[in-house]
Design a protein around this ligand. Structure first.
Ligand code: SF4
Length: 345
């Protein structure tokens, strides 16, 4: 973008830049000379920090009163979850990169000095996704006494955290880790295999328990209605959410469930399968809102979730109205739980 803005004439050498030639009535595409990665996957430690003066909503006042800012600590993901547009095979141009933790700490300290920010959310596709990343970051966070000064949230992988010992989980907590967002997705082993998720419900249970015991909150993402999902699979997912809620009722950390009905995204591994099965690409992107208000009966749920929208298509065995009923029940229960606990909804 910077190169394009500096000199629009350079566009023909910039990858994935397209333009329309009005005179010739043709479309042009930039073709880079040499290393595409220089443009598409630059060294993220050499990029300047985001200039927040252009972002009126970041940093922002969080519900717990802290000033909070979003951070991006890594780019790309090595996993292959079927529903995800970030799956590695779908992004061959993107090299997976993690910022040097000293670079992350520098941005935290700068935000603290400029705005008084003391809480951070790493909104990457996947930050705590590899052992070497976790250990490297925690060594630097410990040395910089991050846990004495800030709290932070991050995305993580259940299979990776499952392999970490108690000492590492305690170090994450001591370094200020407030909440980990985990893709739990399903309570059915069969569906998890179909998603290529590389986790089991038992693994999720163990990791969630170990984090909650150490006071680290867990946010779990779930999908209802994945292609091939049976009524029994959906029931397993709902039961799994309830088990994790009850774990959190007796442990220091809080578990919250973020549930969605399945929407296929162009550029995700499952998309091509569905097109091959005869689903119409246009219809698969024809979104409408999901009513979480129980047809207006529960006004507290109005506009609660801008991320929950639906294609109106059924991909598993359970009909959509029934699935949306489960979604509304679970979302309502989570909303009320969060408000009882005073947690961030
Ligand atoms: S769901 Fe998460 S772990 Fe899976 S491919 Fe997407 S970003 Fe990676």
């Amino acid at each position: 973008m910077a190169a394009l803005l500096d000199d629009p004439e350079r566009r023909s050498g910039l990858p994935q830049v397209m333009w329309r030639d009005r005179l010739l009535n043709t479309t042009g595409v930039g073709i880079p000379q040499g290393d595409r990665h220089r443009w598409l996957s630059p060294d993220i430690d050499t990029l300047p920090f985001v200039d927040r003066s252009f972002l009126p909503q970041d940093p922002y006042r969080a519900e717990d009163g802290r000033l909070e800012a979003n951070l991006v600590c890594s780019r790309g993901c090595p996993y292959e979850c079927g529903f995800c547009g970030a799956a590695a095979s779908m992004n061959p141009d993107v090299r997976i990169r993690t910022r040097d933790p000293r670079n992350i700490i520098e941005e935290m300290d700068l935000l603290h000095a400029q705005y008084g920010t003391t809480a951070f959310r790493a909104v990457d596709d996947l930050f705590l996704g590899a052992r070497r990343v976790i250990h490297h970051a925690m060594d630097a966070f410990t040395a910089a006494r991050i846990g004495d000064r800030y709290t932070w949230d991050a995305t993580g992988r259940i299979n990776v955290l499952h392999r970490e010992d108690d000492h590492t989980l305690a170090t994450l907590a001591a370094n200020g880790l407030r909440e980990v967002a985990l893709g739990i997705e399903s309570g059915s082993e069969r569906i998890l295999r179909m998603m290529d998720k590389r986790i089991t419900p038992q693994m999720t249970h163990t990791v969630t328990r170990r984090l909650l015991e150490r006071g680290v909150n867990v946010k779990g993402y779930f999908i209802l209605g994945y292609p091939g999902e049976s009524r029994a699979d959906a029931k397993d997912t709902i039961a799994h959410i309830r088990t994790l809620w009850s774990l959190s009722d007796r442990l220091p950390g809080t578990f919250r469930a973020s549930v969605f009905t399945f929407r296929p995204y162009p550029g995700s591994p499952v998309w091509a399968d569905l097109v091959a099965q005869g689903y119409d690409p246009g219809q698969m992107q024809d979104y409408t809102d999901v009513d979480l208000t129980d047809h207006g009966a529960d006004e507290a749920m109005r506009g609660r979730d801008e991320f929950n929208f639906t294609t109106g298509l059924q991909f598993g065995e359970v009909p959509l109205p029934e699935l949306n009923g489960h979604l509304a029940d679970l979302s309502r229960e989570q909303f009320h739980r969060s408000h009882e606990q005073g947690a961030v909804a």
